[in-house]
Design a protein around this ligand. Structure first.
Ligand code: IPE
Ligand code: IPE
Ligand code: MG
Length: 264
C-alpha cells in the first residue's frame, strides 16, 4: 500500500501532510469502525439546537470517507443510528433521517468517483420508505465498486445482529455441530468483511453502545475527546498512528517476549 493518493490531496508542508508521512503504509488497519458521538454536545456548547450538531457532523463524515478511500482502507463502518436511538424525540429522529437522505443525494457522485462501495448494515424494518429507497439506490449504483467498502450502520444494534444471525441459522436448519465461529460469521450483516482492527469513539465516552459486538472482539479501541462535528482528517490520521503503536497479541504474548526464554 502507498500513501501517494492521500498525500496528493493534502497541501504540501501542512500539519496533515506531516502526520500522513508518519503512517506506516504496510500497517494501515484493514477495517476502521467509528462511533460518531457528541453532535448534541457540540451544538449545546454553541447554544444551538441539537440538530445543528447533526448537520455539522456531515462535513466530518465527508472528510473521513474521502480520507479513508485515499488511504486505501478496505472497510470503513460509521455508526449513524442505533436501534436505541428511536428513544429520542421524533423531531430529532426525523432530522437525522432527512440529513442522511441529503448526504446520500449530494455525495453519491463523489462515492462513485472514488470507487467506493456503499452498504447499509442494520434492520430495514422501521426505516422510512423514502430513506430505504435512497439507501437501496446508493447500494445498487456502487455495487460493482472495488475501492473502499463504506458501511453505514443504521437502525443497527449489535445484539439484534447476533439475534438475527441465530434466527437465520435456525431458518436454514443448520446442524448444531456445523455452527462454529466461521459459520456464524457468515450469518452476520458484515459477512465476508474483515472485522474492525480499529474502533474509534469520539466525545470521550468509554463505551461501545451496542456497536458491532461480535466483530470488535479484538479491535484496538481509541477514544478521543474530540466531538464528532470537530473530527477532521487530522484526527483520523492521529487515531491510525496511535493504532500503529499498539501491540496486538490476540491472547498470545508479544513477539519480542516470545523469542526469549520464559522459564529456566
Ligand atoms: C451522535 O451524537 C449522533 C447520533 C447518535 C445519531 P449525539 O446526538 O449522541 O450527541 P451527544 O452524545 O448527545 O452529544
Ligand atoms: C451511539 O451513540 C450511537 C451512534 C453513534 C449512532 P449514543 O449517543 O446513542 O450512545 P449512548 O446513548 O451515549 O450510549
Ligand atoms: Mg451521544
Amino acid at each position: 500500500m502507498s500513501l501517494e493518493r492521500l498525500l496528493a490531496s493534502i497541501p504540501e508542508g501542512s500539519d496533515d501532510a506531516a502526520l500522513a508521512r508518519q503512517i506506516q503504509p504496510d500497517r494501515v488497519p484493514q477495517h476502521v469502525a467509528i462511533i460518531m458521538d457528541g453532535n448534541g454536545r457540540w451544538a449545546e456548547q454553541r447554544r444551538l439546537p441539537r440538530v445543528e450538531g447533526h448537520r455539522a457532523g456531515i462535513q466530518s463524515v465527508r472528510e473521513v470517507v474521502e480520507t479513508s478511500a485515499r488511504l486505501g482502507l478496505g472497510v470503513l463502518t460509521l455508526y449513524a443510528f442505533s436501534i436505541e436511538n428511536w428513544k429520542r424525540p421524533a423531531a430529532e429522529v426525523s432530522v437525522l433521517m432527512t440529513l442522511l437522505r441529503r448526504y446520500l443525494r449530494s455525495e453519491l457522485d463523489t462515492l462513485i468517483e472514488h470507487g467506493i462501495r456503499f452498504n447499509v448494515i442494520g434492520r430495514e424494518g422501521g426505516l422510512p420508505a423514502e430513506v430505504l429507497d435512497e439507501l437501496r439506490e446508493a447500494e445498487a449504483r456502487t455495487a460493482g465498486h472495488r475501492g473502499l467498502q463504506f458501511n453505514i450502520a443504521l437502525n443497527y444494534g449489535g445484539r439484534a445482529e447476533i439475534g438475527d444471525a441465530v434466527k437465520a441459522a435456525l431458518e436454514a436448519r443448520l446442524a448444531p455441530e456445523s455452527i462454529d465461529e466461521e459459520q456464524f460469521s457468515r450469518l452476520r450483516y458484515t459477512a465476508g468483511q474483515p472485522d474492525p482492527d480499529l474502533l474509534i469513539r469520539t466525545s470521550g465516552e468509554m463505551r461501545v453502545s451496542n456497536f458491532l459486538l461480535w466483530q470488535i472482539a479484538y479491535a484496538e479501541i481509541y477514544v478521543t475527546g474530540t466531538l464528532w462535528p470537530d473530527f477532521r482528517r487530522r484526527h483520523l490520521l492521529e487515531a491510525i498512528l496511535a493504532y500503529q503503536q499498539r501491540d496486538r497479541r490476540y491472547g498470545g504474548i508479544a513477539p519480542a517476549v516470545a523469542g526469549t526464554t520464559l522459564c529456566t
